[in-house]
Design a protein around this ligand. Sequence first.
Ligand SMILES: Cc1cc2nc3c(=O)[nH]c(=O)nc-3n(C[C@H](O)[C@H](O)[C@H](O)COP(=O)(O)OP(=O)(O)OC[C@H]3O[C@@H](n4cnc5c(N)ncnc54)[C@H](O)[C@@H]3O)c2cc1C
Length: 419
Amino acid sequence: MSVLIYWFRNDLRLKDNPAFAQACVNADYVLPVYIHDLKEQETVYGFERQGPHRKTFLRASLDDLRAQLGVQGSDLLEFSGKSVDVLLGLLKDTAAKAIYCEQIEAPEEMGRVRTLREQGADIQEFWQSSMLDPQELPFDLEKIPDVFTAFRREIERVRLKFAKPVDAPRDIPPLPAVLPQGAIEQMPAGLSLAHPYLLGGASRAQAHLKQYLERHLPDNYKETRNQLIGMDYSSKFSGWLALGCISARDIALQLSDYEDRYGANDGTYWLWFELLWRDYFRFIHFKYGRKLYQASGLTGALVRPSHAPSFERWRSGNTGVDLVDAGMRDLQQSGYLSNRMRQIVASYWIYDLKGDWREGAAWFESRLIDYDVYSNQGNWLYIAGRGTDPRGGRPFNVAKQSQDHDPKEIYRKLWLSPE
Ligand SMILES: Cc1cc2nc3c(=O)[nH]c(=O)nc-3n(C[C@H](O)[C@H](O)[C@H](O)COP(=O)(O)OP(=O)(O)OC[C@H]3O[C@@H](n4cnc5c(N)ncnc54)[C@H](O)[C@@H]3O)c2cc1C
């Protein structure tokens, strides 16, 4: 009678989760686990890695996953500790033959898998977080074009749109008879701060996508996407995508069905185009790996030391520059920031305050509900001109951005007015 451990990482869903589906086929018993990794708790800069908004979003996502597993007679066991230690303990306690999980191509996450293998664990990883299947790309991943536009043209030339999602498993094998010790009932959610509309979980992700399409919001996406206030100017898929409550392939398929029904337009194309950016930042990790995490990125340029006092002012929204301060307070209070504001505050940190882009990226990691290692690293590197941007960096002129995107100061007043 074979036992498999399924290690949920950033794939908190049953629908379109090929790794989990495979585990369900390959074992008599499956133990679904999630680990709150202690290593996750602090950045090298001394603040928490996972702020209250993401904790709350994660909590809701895990509860939803547990409920979905429960419907099929299974469960989700949560543990707290170092992932490697917890998993090695579980292998021993359950006599499981292997661990199955999604593949995450980022240095820390890869390091954990490597250590598990070094300790003798059989661990099977499945790549499943992109919209396109890497196997179908018209080039080897190691040879992905550096420049996004060249990458996109190649994808469009061979008419790749998305890989087909797989169904949720029909039967989930039962839990092993003897359950391991040490599972925790529930992790505290931290402060129960959540974005008023962004609540975690696969069920909410599907409901959100459904209403987004039913209200025909993709049609205006291209015109509205640079706005700063509200739910509808952009899709808000990012939080659910980051934790894997929904897959990019599932979104792309539903968007394509929408196009079949109502016709494709600039808005539907542009949404797909943005999901392609998300893939691009993933795939570029296969080519450059660890280099993307060095201060100099891909350039070998000199590294500027970080300037702590200005960091305090920047992160707390007290630089004295209204638009930047409004953005940083928005981020702090809502756990979300529009793409435009992310670009503006990141540029201000790098080019005006002469900060280390990695410290800025770490702050985003701490605050964002939708923190995604590939997209965060990729975008910060891009703006800093240390990545693959052919223009060599993106400094934004704050006065011009204020005029273009907040001419009536509505956004600034919203976040800067005393309560
Ligand atoms: C400095 C900086 C840091 C960022 N950090 C993150 C991050 O940690 N996590 C994250 O998901 N996005 C990040 N982004 C990208 C982008 O800002 C967000 O994905 C987007 O604002 C999320 O809102 P939305 O879902 O409404 O996006 P929409 O505009 O509706 O786009 C649809 C989807 O396309 C993808 N997408 C859109 N723009 C980008 C982009 N520039 N790069 C990669 N994917 C994109 C996202 O998955 C998004 O959900 C960052 C951008 C910048 C400039």
